[in-house]
Design a protein around this ligand. Structure first.
Ligand code: GN1
Ligand code: CA
Length: 134
């Protein structure tokens, strides 16, 4: 669809999509899968500081968003939906996070707009805006 677009070609050649709606983590990931057709899109994956800055600049005009990052219960590793078999390498947690705070039920990660784009673990059932990547 036409809503897929690049954000900063100096940082990433990948395309990004949002519909401005709020969804649970799994519903948001499913939307990213569906919106990309056969192209295997997922919730946004951030691999380095430049990409984090790019995405943070983008959400400056929107709100907190889901990242495609969740806790693999079996391994105890944080993994990206785009590559669930691999432990996430770049992480940008806010100080004190991840803390599994809300009833020990925080297994999905959000980028926090008011915390300079640092990340926080929250319940996957939370409804957040999201950014897809392809
Ligand atoms: C938030 O809303 P509260 O204070 O119980 C946040 C947690 C953070 C915590 C940090 C759903 O918890 O993930 O770790 O602040 N919960 C949500 O103080 O955003
Ligand atoms: Ca938390």
């Amino acid at each position: 669809g036409s809503r897929w677009r690049q954000l900063d070609t100096a940082v990433s050649a990948n395309c990004y999509f949002t519909n401005g709606r709020k969804k649970t983590f799994s519903d948001a990931e499913a939307k990213c899968n569906a919106a990309s057709g056969s192209a295997d899109g997922s919730l946004v994956r951030i691999d380095n500081e430049a990409e984090n800055e790019m995405v943070f600049n983008y959400i400056g005009s929107t709100a907190n968003i889901w990242l495609g990052l969740y806790l693999n219960q079996n391994t105890g590793y944080w993994v990206w939906t785009a590559e669930p078999g691999q432990q996430a390498q770049y992480l940008n947690w806010l100080a004190g996070e991840p803390n599994n705070h809300s009833g020990n039920n925080e297994e999905c990660a959000q980028m926090v707009k008011r915390q300079n784009g640092y990340w926080n673990d929250v319940p996957c059932s939370k409804q957040l805006k999201f950014l897809c990547e392809i």
